[in-house]
Design a protein around this ligand. Sequence first.
Ligand SMILES: [Zn+2]
Length: 281
Amino acid sequence: MSKAAFLTLDTEAFSETTCLGGKEVADEAGEGLFALLDLFEKYGAKCTLFLTERGLSLWGKQLAGRRGTEFAIHAREHEPALGQTEERLTSTLLTMREEVRRTLGAGAVGYRAPCFGIDETIIKTLKRCGFCYDSSALNYRNERHGRLDLSSWRKVSDVVYEKDGFFEFKPSVARAPWGKFPVCGGAYMRMTPWAVAKPVLRRHLARSDAFLFYAHPFEVMRKLPLPKGLPFASRLYVTRGRKQFLERIERMLGMLLEGGYEWFTPAGYLRTLRKNGGDGR
Ligand SMILES: [Zn+2]
């Protein structure tokens, strides 16, 4: 199989962003979502959206039938999955899957935990609910949120792992001169100066056989409505590097094409794997 690039968006509304602490804001990041989707479309790129209930109700109509887009589950209200009872998580997964089917006419077989908070228990619940893949194992300074030990999983490619017929699509983390660096996107790629991030990304893409990127719609919005009294660290997290991020993402798409990467969604990749005689069940 050719080098695979997976573009993913965590499609919660801006009000649901964890660091806002539940404060409501008027704008719901639709501008950012469609700017990203239009950019991906310009490059013929496929994309996977991890949805919340509010995201689905805000943008579902405009998203239905959008070509090259795969839908997957993020959460109901962006609540962390870690620490939830199995019953509660099961109810979230099944309810959201049904809502995606009803609103978008599409099946959802994938999941990403809010804030990449994942562990083996959640994987077991996903399997029991009939999901085929997870995409939460960032495993980077993520102790607060949990991690998934992939050492006993079979490595299919640099970002795809398999265990007992279930797949993990892991956000990309590079080896940089100073240590590990998540080139997979989000705040890591948005807030780090491009002169620093670019060479690490370029080297990583040259030596990898697969790449997984993620972003949030709010990260490319031109104007971000900020609630009053937002702590300085949260304000910095949501605002820094936002104006240049869309342009950076476009440069990254160019680098992926130059590097011989082909666009995939996780479910599409598993279908290709199955067709090629791999065991993407
Ligand atoms: Zn999220």
